[in-house]
Design a protein around this ligand. Structure first.
Ligand code: WQD
Length: 316
């Protein structure tokens, strides 16, 4: 989670349950500024309150949550604790300290299986797994908070499929065990850590039969967070926006793009569909452009090249 003081000086609060201790040092290399990092848990209201007060924080970007759909179906209570109790602890601490600007990491998962495409922010919401449920609950809690206390302004960012790594090759995704998500799985096959890619079904109603998603580069996602924060400061009111490219990419297209990035043919096998998967999901990105001036500009090639560079140069 990033706690922001005036002028966007950031204080990082992280329990490092899913992040390398090398990250702060690498952030310093990338930005030239040594970040203030506090090891702790967002569920610790007293700690969060003291950090907000000590560092004169005036806005919070909240990423501190569990995010694996499959894991959430196996461990729902852990997801409710981290993602919902953590949200409540954080916002109670913010209220304690009079901090009412919040940028929140939500997800396209709140749309469930979309009824129409592309997906707009007014599309029906639904949850199809405990992870998606926690994001939906937090969104509804923010609606109630803002209705009860007008000082709250919340930037709700519905991520589509974040992929790629920082251009420096020093920070990126580093799953500790076998990845659930497509790109990190492909990356591990490219690196020789896994034997072949399993393509979950080629019988969907899509151009090549494989699942289609809206992949967005993590650097574009980061840009969206800064623009969201600036909009809260500028407009004094919140927003709910999709962060996606508006382009759908299939599993086979992703495999081909990654093959080009790593310079090798990647072995894959068509296997049965994964339970809970939907055929197609991609954003209508117009509202984020209208309200925040946000537009994703990284290409699929950038996503794959940055992931491959991270694998080769930066992994811890
Ligand atoms: C993408 C496509 C799979 C792995 C999830 C969460 C979502 C968000 C992003 C947090 C699908 C196929 C995958 C593999 C495959 N996370 N696939 N073989 O399921 O779209 O979204 O992660 O916000 O909330 O739901 O992402 O990368 O798991 O799957 O064929 O080994 O790749 O079937 O079509 P998904 P994914």
């Amino acid at each position: 989670m990033a706690l922001l003081a005036a002028g966007h000086e950031a204080v990082i609060l992280d329990n490092f349950s899913n992040a390398s201790p090398m990250v702060p040092e690498r952030l310093e290399t990338i930005t030239g500024t040594k970040p203030i990092v506090i090891e702790g848990d967002v569920r610790d209201r007293a700690l969060v309150s003291s950090v907000l007060e000590e560092h004169q924080i005036d806005a919070v970007i909240h990423f501190a949550a569990k995010k694996a759909v499959g894991e959430s179906t196996q461990k729902p209570l852990m997801y409710f604790d981290h993602n919902i109790s953590g949200f409540v602890s954080l916002t109670r601490a913010m209220e304690d300290q009079g901090v009412f600007k919040l940028v929140f990491s939500s997800s396209a998962t709140v749309y469930g299986d979309p009824e129409q495409l592309p997906i707009t922010e007014s599309s029906a919401r639904n949850h199809t797994n405990p992870y998606g449920f926690t994001k939906l609950v937090c969104e509804e809690m923010m609606e109630a908070m803002c209705a009860a206390e007008p000082r709250w302004s919340c930037g709700v960012l519905r991520y589509f499929n974040p992929v790629g790594a920082d251009a420096s090759g020093l920070i990126g995704e580093d799953p500790r065990d076998i990845p659930n998500n497509l790109m990190p799985y492909i990356a591990k096959v490219a690196a020789g850590d896994l034997p072949e890619i399993q393509v979950f079904g080629d019988d969907y109603d899509t151009p090549d039969g494989t699942g289609v998603r809206d992949y967005i580069h993590v650097s574009d996602l980061a840009k969206g967070h800064v623009l969201s924060l600036e909009a809260l400061e500028r407009d004094g009111k919140g927003h709910v926006v999709n962060l996606g490219t508006g382009q759908g990419v299939s599993v086979l297209e992703m495999i081909n793009a990654y093959s080009a990035a790593c310079g090798q043919s990647l072995p894959y096998k068509i296997v049965p569909r994964r339970a809970g998967d939907i055929a197609t999901c991609y954003a209508d990105p117009a509202l984020a452009k209208d309200l925040l001036g946000f537009e994703a500009d990284k290409t699929l090639e950038d996503m794959c090249n940055s992931s491959w560079a991270w694998l080769q140069n930066g992994k811890v």
